[in-house]
Design a protein around this ligand. Structure first.
Ligand code: ZN
Length: 180
């Protein structure tokens, strides 16, 4: 008989929860969990509201799909859990705007409304050009979450308006075609 257990990280109750280091985890928390036992304990102690994961649960197909391993796994984990994007902090498993969140909006506006080059803008805010590009393309800032290469509605507070974000995407594309 399959037994219903409660995910120790997010509280999700299911009979498909798995045991790792002898604690029950739902498929999503399990997928993001570190394999090193010490990091694992830290990870588990940082509780997560299972609602945060609802979007992922809806779209993830635990059965039939092979477990993603290696790089992509780590990339997803990094994006979602361990390193919040610049302008956000992680509190209780949720993304919350950090003290510096206005700087993000400034960067988007400056890029859109001035003729400053990506190079100059990156320098001004102490980013690498690639780091800056990642910021300007990051859906997190409009309240969405990229997961398994699909963009989903997140449950966190946006810090950039969709209009501003879309205009910036257009300008990035324009610059891209001109190879600047
Ligand atoms: Zn869980």
């Amino acid at each position: 008989m399959p037994e219903i257990t409660k995910c120790i990280k997010c509280g999700y109750e299911s009979e498909s929860n798995k045991l790792k280091f002898r604690v029950p985890l739902c498929d999503i928390c399990e997928r993001f969990s570190p394999n090193d036992e010490n990091s694992f304990k830290e990870y588990v102690n940082e509780k997560l509201d299972s609602k945060v994961l609802e979007t992922f649960r809806k779209y993830s197909k635990p059965k039939g799909l092979p477990q993603k391993q290696g790089m992509s796994d780590k990339a997803e984990k990094g994006e979602l859990m361990s390193r919040p994007p610049f302008g956000y902090n992680i509190e209780k498993g949720k993304l919350v705007p950090a003290e510096n969140f206005r700087e993000i909006e400034e960067i988007f506006e400056e890029f859109l409304t001035t003729t400053i080059s990506l190079n100059q803008l990156a320098k001004k805010h102490s980013f690498s050009v690639n780091g800056l590009k990642k910021i300007l393309k990051n859906f997190t800032y409009i309240g969405k979450i990229k997961f398994n290469s699909q963009v989903h509605q997140g449950s966190h507070t946006p810090i950039v308006s969709s209009t501003l974000f879309n205009h910036v995407q257009n300008k990035l594309e324009r610059l891209g075609t001109k190879k600047i």
